[in-house]
Design a protein around this ligand. Structure first.
Ligand code: ADP
Ligand code: MG
Length: 225
């Protein structure tokens, strides 16, 4: 299973679908500890990304790199998503794009992509682990992916480790007290609710795995071309 630009495009399209499906759930999570716009924000952003993919896409299909696709996501999210999540995800995808400017990525390169995304989020948001933000999900995913790659795991093993661990880490934010972002205004009252950004991160990484498991389909015109 090659993780190439077509995989990256499937990843992005599946992310858009997953975010659209979970839009109300993400908004409800954000209503509990924020301002109730996280689902709307990301849905608007990823719909814009899909529109740009449908339109011109990131260059000729046989010349595109994984990084070209991720860069298109970054620039689109930065210009269409407001609030904290736009710049945070935008920076994550931009940093990830910088380390994936090649036709295919192998397991260590998948780890490098996730690491770059984590660095982007944490430097932009000045947050570290345990502050009840999306950093908690990204950080756990990087650790798990790195362990899977060091064990000699395949691309699928690495993506599965990242996705499953991010999902658990998102749930793991429930008892935490937020010390960064809007939720930190609630202090101890932020405990007992899942962080919306950690949940959306789990959806993003779940989509990366699903895209690798699915392979090209006819429903995905650019990758079938
Ligand atoms: P806003 O908080 O501006 O309304 P969103 O609702 O779209 O933006 O996104 C909120 C999410 O962004 C939070 O759930 C959290 O995961 C993440 N977040 C907020 N501030 C930070 C930060 N400083 N560092 C990392 N992540 C953050
Ligand atoms: Mg919000």
């Amino acid at each position: 299973m090659a993780l190439d630009a077509d995989w990256a495009e499937r990843w992005v399209r599946r992310t858009a679908d997953a975010i659209a499906d979970a839009k109300d759930e993400l908004t409800e999570l954000d209503r509990q500890i924020g301002d109730g716009d996280h689902g709307e924000n990301l849905d608007r952003g990823f719909k814009a990304v899909v529109a740009r993919l449908d339109d011109a896409g990131p260059g000729p299909a046989d010349e595109r790199t994984v990084g070209d696709v991720l860069k298109l996501v970054a620039t689109t999210l930065m210009s269409t998503v407001g609030g904290a999540a736009g710049p945070l995800y935008g920076t994550a995808y931009l940093r990830a794009a910088k380390v994936s400017g090649r036709a295919q990525i192998d397991p260590p390169a998948v780890v490098a992509v996730l690491e770059a995304a984590l660095e982007g989020v944490s430097s932009r948001g000045k947050a570290t682990v345990g502050e009840k933000t999306m950093v908690d999900a990204w950080h756990a995913a990087v650790d798990a992916a790195e362990a899977a790659a060091n064990d000699g795991g395949s691309e699928l093993d690495v993506l599965r480790a990242a996705a499953e661990t991010a999902d658990k880490a998102a749930t793991g934010t429930i008892p935490m007290i937020a010390t960064k972002g809007r939720a930190s205004y609630l202090g101890e009252r932020s405990a007992g609710h899942e962080d919306p950004g950690a949940r959306s991160t789990a959806l993003v990484l779940g989509a990366a795995l699903a895209a690798a498991l699915s392979g090209p389909t006819s429903a995905d015109p650019r990758s079938a071309a």
